[in-house]
Design a protein around this ligand. Structure first.
Ligand code: ATP
Ligand code: MG
Length: 577
């Protein structure tokens, strides 16, 4: 991997360093990235991926990819597949691929243990009643009337829940902690609910499903995770995480050790430690799977991988290199302070990465014909252009040049404003890599629109000649009309036109803030060496920006390029008025 950022220290890295020094977790480091397969991964997830895999990689540890698939109603195999693809694209490989559902029987056995130990009970309260009994932030809750059921009755009811005797929502299994706890998560939380739905991994084997908090800590323990890294909203859940692990005491649970051994797994040696960090938020976008799903479902974008989406598959298609996301995560760092990062910081990372690693090409996206009258009809040359101005190892390529060229319409002005340094009637400009041309005359159509600019080329200013040093104010790019390949160019911009589309305090929602200009499609012209590129190849089209050959639609004879970023941050200018 190139352009890898230097490693910055942060509090989690420091905890791992200290734990290794003190011998905690026997010096082992094991992390996991635990997405719920209920949508595509987004840029926020990249932070968690870089952190979890990065820590494991740095400290010679292990990192699992674990699907937190305990909520079968929202999960889908499409998501399971895209998540794996995205993690690999970001540059990471998991040690083991696991599913929380792999441990459904472990969760079940642990629940029976809690019941047997008098720590869990089957509760018949409805969801509304549970809410009423729970109390509030200022008032303690009340014990469920079912809290004192005998162990035998609880075991019997729980087994019948599992056997499918009861309807969805009829009963839950709850742990007995403390209905007066200041932490509402500890007020006898449910750890199992009834859901008669098929699961994408376990089919119809189960009709009771564990709750996230309960399943997560046991999954971590079973996998021998040492540092369970999650986002700040789980801080208040940590006491429950610790309670479950303490009460279940997996390392000393005899049946469990046997059932794990039967699947080639060691009983956990230690207890994982949950550590929370702040989420990555970006302005000018939304980053919750629910909202992203809505954009897809309502056809406000062309799918999860629409290049305007903040999903990893979206930014990939947009042309953001994975190294740019890793750079962003490193720059943003890992802290406990919530903050919103400017989208321009991400775009800056993309520019930095592509500037160093993308070859240069010539393309014209709003064409105007330029004819060099003092070259012979049919004049053709091949010019050698460096592929990268700052890196000779990129080598050179052949660029065809001829009498008729396409230039950018905005590089010519008949009536120029003050300070316009490009081509004007009677004026001179340098054609990149060719020499200085002078505009002699114009052709116009019936509407008065300029259709052709006629120029003469000063032969003394060709490269290598002493006259090549002659100064003119502007340099413009071009492609040879005869050799150019027509291309579809998709000009993408930010999806939202306000910094905080999530802010609905004015009664508007993120849907009301979609940027109507976030996608424009134009037909442009490419030099042959740009068209002839594999899908996902990124280039700097000189003076225009960074573009990528579309992952799906591009073909050398029918090129399609997406604009990843412009060369400069035009939003900074615009928002400062
Ligand atoms: P969303 O709220 O977007 O649906 P989520 O937290 O429900 O996200 P999960 O699939 O549960 O998504 O997340 C997998 C892991 O990624 C979790 O450990 C979660 O904390 C982490 N994660 C999710 N969003 C972010 C974010 N914006 N920044 C950092 N980590 C994140
Ligand atoms: Mg979630």
């Amino acid at each position: 991997m190139t352009n890898e950022a230097p490693l910055h220290n942060h509090f989690i890295r420091q905890i791992v360093i200290d734990d290794q020094a003190s011998g905690k977790h026997a010096g082992r480091v094991a992390t996991r990235f635990p997405p719920e397969p209920n949508g595509y991964l987004h840029i926020g997830h990249a932070k968690s991926i870089c952190l979890n895999f990065g820590i494991a990689r740095e400290f010679g540890g292990r990192c699992n990819l674990r699907f937190d698939d305990t909520n079968p109603t929202k999960e889908d195999i499409e998501y399971v597949e895209s998540i794996q693809q995205d993690v690999r694209w970001l540059g990471f490989e998991w040690d083991e691929l696991r599913h929380a559902s792999d441990y459904f029987d472990v969760f079940y056995q642990c629940a029976e243990k809690l019941i047997t130990d008098g720590k869990a009970f089957v509760c018949d309260l409805s969801a509304d009643e549970v809410r009423a009994y729970r109390g509030t932030l200022t008032e303690p809750g009340r014990n469920s009337p079912f809290r004192e059921r005998s162990v035998d009755e609880n075991l019997d009811l729980f087994r019948r829940m599992r056997a499918g005797e009861f309807a969805d929502g009829a009963r839950t299994l709850r742990v007995k902690i403390d209905m007066s706890s200041g932490n509402i998560n500890l007020r006898d939380p449910a750890i199992y609910r009834i859901r008669h739905v098929e699961h994408q991994n376990t089919g119809n084997a189960w009709c009771i499903y564990p709750m996230y908090d309960y399943a997560h800590c046991i999954s971590d323990a079973v996998e021998g995770i040492t540092h369970s890294l999650c986002t700040l909203e789980f801080e208040d859940h940590r006491p429950l995480y610790d309670w479950c692990l303490r009460e279940i005491d997996l390392p000393h649970h005899p049946q469990l050790a046997a059932s794990l051994a039967a699947r080639g797994l060691d009983a956990p040696a230690g207890t994982p430690q949950q550590i929370e960090f702040s989420r990555l938020n970006l302005d000018y976008t939304v980053m919750s799977k629910r909202k992203l799903m809505t954009l897809v479902d309502e056809n406000l974008v062309a799918g999860w991988d629409d290049p305007r989406m903040p999903t990893l598959s979206g930014v990939r298609r947009r042309g953001f290199p994975p190294a740019a996301l890793r750079l962003l995560c490193d720059r943003v760092g890992v802290t406990k302070q919530n903050s919103v990062i400017e989208f321009s910081v991400l775009e800056g990372c993309v520019r930095e990465e592509l500037d160093a690693n993308a070859a240069r090409r010539l393309a014209v996206i709003d064409p105007l014909r330029l004819v060099i009258d003092n070259l012979a009809d049919g004049h053709e040359e091949t010019l050698a252009f460096p592929n990268h101005p700052k890196n000779e190892s990129f080598g050179k390529r052949d660029v065809p040049f001829s009498r008729e060229l396409w230039i950018e319409r905005e590089d010519f002005m008949e009536v120029p404003p003050k300070g316009f340094h490009r081509l004007v009637p009677g004026g001179e400009v340098r054609l990149r890599g060719v020499g200085i041309v002078k505009c002699e005359s114009l052709d116009k159509d019936a509407d008065g629109t300029v259709t052709t600019v006629h120029c003469t080329l000063d032969p003394d200013t060709r490269p290598g000649l002493p006259g090549a040093e002659r100064k003119v104010k502007g340099t413009i790019h071009w492609v040879s009309a005869k050799h150019a390949v027509a291309a579809e160019i998709r000009l993408y911009d930010r999806l939202f036109n306000v910094a905080n589309p999530d802010d609905d305090s004015d009664g508007k929602t993120y849907r009301d803030h979609l940027n109507p200009d976030s996608r424009r499609v134009v037909q442009g012209w490419l030099e042959p060496a740009a068209a002839d590129a594999a899908p996902e190849t990124a280039f700097q089209f000189e003076r225009l920006g960074f573009f990528v050959a579309d992952r799906y639609d591009h073909a050398a004879d029918k090129p399609v390029f997406n604009r990843a970023v412009t060369l400069r941050d035009s939003w900074a200018k615009a928002s400062k008025g």
